[in-house]
Design a protein around this ligand. Structure first.
Ligand SMILES: [Zn+2]
Length: 123
């Protein structure tokens, strides 16, 4: 199968015919969509194209190339900070409801997650 799509450059509005080479369908998102960064040789603009499951270009977004100094703080494979945020929200809701059983349970879980965050140095 050929993986072809058409796209319009968001900067100069030129239309391009594109073909995915060495395309591996495992790179697709679960819903069949995919985001690809392209830079046509003709205009040299750099942009993202978001393709739906039928490889229709849904949106494009110009990418700014800025000089950025990046330093890793720490990887968070377990998504602990997101877990903390979610638990905090649930805890606040339980407090508002006066749901004491859940308030305690969530508080214990929140303490455990915060301890883990401190342990791995994400705080
Ligand atoms: Zn362009």
């Amino acid at each position: 199968m050929d993986y072809k799509f058409r796209v319009q450059c968001p900067a100069c509005k030129a239309f391009y015919r594109c073909k995915l080479e060495d395309y591996n369908s495992t790179e697709l998102n679960p819903d069949g969509t995919i985001a690809i960064a392209i830079r046509p040789d003709t205009c040299h603009h750099f942009f993202m194209v978001y393709l739906d499951a039928k490889l229709n270009a849904r949106t494009t977004q110009l990418i700014t190339e800025a000089k950025v100094d990046i330093s890793l703080i720490r990887s968070d494979p377990e998504n602990l900070l997101q877990k903390e945020k979610d638990l905090n929200e649930k805890h606040q809701e339980a407090l508002k409801r006066g749901d004491h059983a859940h308030v305690d349970e969530l508080w214990q879980e929140l303490k455990r997650v915060r301890k883990e965050i401190t342990r791995v140095g994400l705080d």
